[in-house]
Design a protein around this ligand. Structure first.
Ligand code: MLT
Length: 265
């Protein structure tokens, strides 16, 4: 369905009933990256999976898309859908950056956090330069070169070699991101604040999931978040890279289901 916000419309996939689970996709993806979760976890949860502005079926707006803007969009979606109870927020990579902003701005709406393949730190200078290079490439050549450079490192080397259908599927999801959306998200991530000071303020139950072979964000980043978030659970997903929910959906879904079941007690 489409949800009207003050300055745009967002596409939002909804499924299932029960405790609300907000799924925030990474860059440059859309809700389709949560397909194995939408299918299985909807058995016990009410899934709300938006396409962030400029991604998937949500049109681009002028950027940059700060993590605060994207978090506000998620809060507006919940309000428009009439979700009043606190939700579990599950964000992957950029979705994790948005989850930190959401927690800072709407702590009363957060029942639990699931941080997937993400990091709390801001971009280092080198990473900021690379964002500018990627944005310039999109301006001059379109999105495909950036997609092609990210695709081989978005999954573990084994997934990339052996799961060719999945690789194609992931490329297709990335290709739905508009050039303007891609540039605006790059600029938003480039200027995101350091969320490390937020970590010791997180008192809601938190699950950290990270692929053992993540080539974009090293496992050490997840370990550091685990050490800083009191009482957090940490699972390293074997044989998975930056997209553990797609590369090892069974392990991932089991971990999330177990975590969500614990929240109900
Ligand atoms: C993502 O998957 O969302 C991106 O790799 C995050 C980033 O570029 O920092």
């Amino acid at each position: 369905m489409r949800v009207n916000l003050s300055d745009t419309k967002l596409f939002v996939e909804q499924a299932g009933r029960g405790q609300p689970l907000l799924l925030i996709h990474g860059f440059p993806f859309n809700h389709e990256m949560w397909r194995p979760q939408i299918e299985i976890l909807a058995g016990n949860s009410k899934i709300i999976a938006p396409d962030l502005r400029g991604h998937g079926q949500s049109p681009p707006t002028p950027g940059p898309y700060s993590m605060d803007v994207l978090a506000d969009d998620c809060a507006s979606v919940l309000e428009k859908l009439g979700v009043q109870q606190p939700v579990t927020v599950c964000g992957l990579s950029m979705g994790g950056y948005v989850s930190f902003a959401f927690f800072r701005r709407y702590p009363q709406l957060v029942a639990g956090l699931i941080l997937v393949a993400t990091r709390s730190g801001a971009d280092a200078e080198e990473a900021k330069k690379n964002r500018d290079i990627a944005a310039e490439k999109v301006r001059t050549e379109g999105t495909q070169p950036v997609i092609e450079s990210m695709l081989p490192i978005a999954m573990s080397p084994t997934t990339y070699q052996k799961q060719t259908d999945l690789v194609q599927q992931v490329e297709g999801i990335m290709q739905k991101t508009t050039p303007e959306g891609l540039i605006s998200a790059l600029m938003g991530m480039k200027s995101r604040p350091d969320s490390t000071p937020t970590l010791d303020k997180i008192t809601v139950p938190t699950l950290i999931l990270h692929g053992a072979d993540d080539q974009i964000i090293p496992t050490s980043e997840a370990e550091a978040m685990h050490a800083a978030i009191q009482g957090s659970q940490f699972i390293i997903v074997p044989d998975a890279g930056h997209l553990p929910n797609l590369e090892q959906p069974q392990i991932f879904n089991q971990a999330v289901d177990g975590f969500l079941a614990g929240l109900k007690v």
